[in-house]
Ligand binder design. Structure first.
Ligand SMILES: [Zn+2]
Length: 217
């Protein structure tokens, strides 16, 4: 009989990390419950319990600064479980990247949501746009790509920001490659309150099977 390896023996260890897929599941369940209550005119449900294995935060959300929504409530989270960054668009900035890198490396953050919203002033500014408007200039190549790919501007914009975030930092990219981190994009419909998740194919893959020690070990 082979020697029992110490690493295989514990079967009820507490989960030491929160896999990105489980963090996303938590948000999706929390949001579905909020939306159901909202549509019935009921108060927001109580926030979900923090999932096992979460680090300091369950999720970091980078959201557009002019999107008037209580994100913790919409995602069914306690305020303390959400790290919230706001920026116009949201365009990803070097400071956001640096902060997210810190949270991933030091606080075991496993999920980042880049959240835009419909009818965004940043993406559809009032005319005429002032000369030398930096936001409009930064939007130009994204609008050209959206047109080329026949994609809504908001969707192309969010995917662009996601790619920029991952391209900006080796540690974030390494964590994403190892599936310790997922960066997902989502659109908030400000009228209905519904969040639409724009998942990349990898974001919907099932969890890898958990290694279970053979019986009798
Ligand atoms: Zn906006």
């Amino acid at each position: 009989m082979p020697q029992k390896h110490p690493a295989q023996s514990p079967t009820h260890r507490p989960q030491l990390e929160l896999p990105p897929r489980l963090a996303l599941d938590t948000l999706q369940r929390g949001h579905a419950a909020w939306l159901q209550a909202h549509q019935k005119g009921l108060p927001a449900p109580a926030p979900l319990e923090r999932p096992s294995g979460a680090g300091r935060y369950v999720v970091a959300v980078l959201a557009c600064a002019d999107c008037d929504a209580d994100l913790a409530e919409r995602l069914g989270l306690h305020r303390r479980d959400l790290f919230e960054l706001r920026a116009p668009g949201p365009f990803v900035s070097p400071e956001d990247v640096a902060m997210l890198r810190r949270l991933v490396l030091q606080e075991r953050l496993s999920l980042v949501v880049v959240l835009g919203h419909r009818r965004c002033e940043v993406l559809a500014p009032k005319r005429p746009v002032p000369k030398d408007d930096l936001l409009a200039a930064r939007l130009q190549p994204i609008a050209a790509l959206a047109q080329h790919q026949q994609q809504p501007l908001l969707t192309a914009f969010l995917h662009w920001q996601r790619r920029s975030l991952l391209a900006a930092d080796d540690a974030l990219r390494a964590a994403a490659d190892a599936d310790r981190l997922r960066v997902v994009t989502a659109e908030l419909d400000t009228e209905s309150g519904a969040i639409q998740w724009l998942l990349q194919p990898i974001d919907t893959l099932p969890m890898p099977p958990v290694a279970v020690p053979p019986p009798g070990k």
